[in-house]
Design a binder for this molecule. Structure first.
Ligand code: GLN
Length: 195
C-alpha cells in the first residue's frame, strides 16, 4: 500500500485523510518536515493560500516540499493547494512552491459564486463528477507538457503536469473518491518507477 501525506498546517485535512483511505492507500497528516521522507505522495489541501504560505515558511517546509516534487514524487494540490503548486499566480511577482507548469488566478469565480457545485467531465477520471467550489481559483493557462483534465464555464479547473495534479475544487468534500483514486494510481505508478 502506498503512503500518502496531507499537509496538515492549515485547511481541510481530515476529509482528505478519509478520501485517501477510501481509495486504498495509507494516509498520514504531515505536521513536521521529517515526515516527508517516508511518503510516496502528498496532498496540499484547500484552505487559504496566503496563510498556508506563512505556515510553510514558519515551519521550514518550503525547500523540503520543492525537493519532494523534484524527486518525482506525486503532489496533488486542491484549491488553495493548487495555488501553492502553481508556477505563476496572476498579480503576484513570485509563486509559492512553484513546481506545476500552470498559471492560476485566485478567487476567480466572482462574489455571487463564492461557493457552488458543478457537474464536470474530468478526463480519465469521471464523465459526471459533482465538484464543490469554494472561493476557487482557476487555471488561466497551462505549459506545453500540462494536460487539461476538466473545464467549468470555459475555465480550466483540473490539470496534470508530470507528477503534479491540481484542481480548483474540493474533492474531499464529496463521497465521490474518483479523483483521489486517480491520484493514488499516479502515486502507485511513480513508486514502481522509483523502485
Ligand atoms: N481563496 C483561497 C485562496 O486564495 C482558496 C479557497 C479554498 O481553498 N477553498 O487561497
Amino acid at each position: 500500500m502506498v503512503k500518502i501525506g496531507v499537509l496538515g498546517l492549515q485547511g481541510a485535512v481530515r476529509e482528505h485523510v478519509c478520501s485517501i483511505e477510501a481509495s486504498g492507500a495509507e494516509a498520514v497528516v504531515v505536521k513536521k518536515v521529517e515526515q516527508l521522507e517516508a511518503l510516496d505522495g502528498l496532498i496540499l489541501p484547500g484552505g487559504e493560500s496566503t496563510t498556508m504560505r506563512r505556515l510553510v515558511d514558519l515551519y521550514g517546509f518550503m525547500e523540503p516540499l520543492r525537493e519532494f516534487g523534484r524527486q518525482g514524487k506525486p503532489m496533488f494540490g486542491t484549491c488553495a493547494g493548487l495555488i501553492m503548486l502553481a508556477k505563476e499566480i496572476v498579480g503576484y511577482d513570485e509563486p509559492h512552491i512553484g513546481l506545476m507548469d500552470i498559471t492560476v488566478e485566485r478567487n476567480s469565480f466572482g462574489r455571487q459564486k463564492e461557493s457552488f457545485e458543478a457537474d464536470l467531465d474530468i478526463k480519465d477520471v469521471s464523465d459526471s463528477y459533482t465538484a464543490v467550489f469554494i472561493r476557487a481559483p482557476h487555471i488561466v493557462s497551462v505549459g506545453a507538457e500540462t494536460e487539461i483534465l476538466a473545464e467549468c464555464d470555459g475555465r480550466i479547473v483540473a490539470a496534470k503536469d508530470r507528477n503534479f495534479l491540481g484542481c480548483s475544487f474540493h474533492p474531499e468534500l464529496t463521497d465521490d473518491h474518483s479523483i483521489t483514486r486517480y491520484f493514488v494510481d499516479m502515486v502507485e505508478q511513480a513508486k514502481k518507477v522509483q523502485v
